[in-house]
Design a protein around this ligand. Structure first.
Ligand code: FEO
Length: 169
């Protein structure tokens, strides 16, 4: 059984993951309107992954006797200025999410909820991967600078980085 404190913290994380999915969906749509198919496909896939993260939490809360809450979400931005700006936003967002996961892990220790603590280790590992991926992409973009040909190649390249959903592990 979840304590009220852990249940609330997990529900807060459900909202964060759902908002992440919306942010990346908005990035996918914006990139698509700019004609960048590879970037757009990457963001659509990333949005799906975040929905997977949200669902995994939601099911866990209900399985443990809590009530997972599907709440109203903050609207994401609709345009992102530049690709470098957009990927910087993605990186900063993932760093923020990692911080929230760490806070959540901390709460499970305070509450001596070792089952939830164990469950959250998957998210800890996932955040390491997501931050590393975002950093790799940012490094590539910084190398390209303002070179249009470079962006064309990058758009092709990023298809290879398009993550396969691995939320069922
Ligand atoms: Fe589910 Fe990218 O954090």
């Amino acid at each position: 059984m979840l304590s009220k404190k852990v249940e609330k913290a997990l529900n807060d994380q459900i909202r964060i993951e759902a908002e992440s999915s919306q942010i990346y969906l908005s990035m996918a749509s914006w990139a698509e309107t700019q004609g960048f198919e590879g970037v757009s496909a990457f963001m659509y896939a990333h949005s799906d992954e975040e929905r997977g993260h949200m669902l995994k939490l939601l099911k866990f809360v209900n399985e443990r006797g809590g009530h997972a809450i599907v709440s109203e979400l903050n609207a994401p931005p609709t345009s992102f200025g530049s690709f470098s700006g957009m990927f910087k936003t993605l990186f900063d967002h993932e760093v923020m999410v990692s911080g929230k996961i760490n806070d959540l892990v901390d709460i499970t220790l305070q509450e001596k909820d070792y089952a939830t603590h164990n469950f959250l280790q998957w998210y800890v590992s996932e955040q390491i991967e997501e931050e590393a991926l975002a950093r790799t992409i940012l490094d590539k973009i910084n190398l390209i600078g303002d070179d249009k040909g470079g962006f064309y190649l990058f758009d092709n390249d990023i298809k290879l980085l398009t993550a396969t959903p691995d939320t069922n592990q």
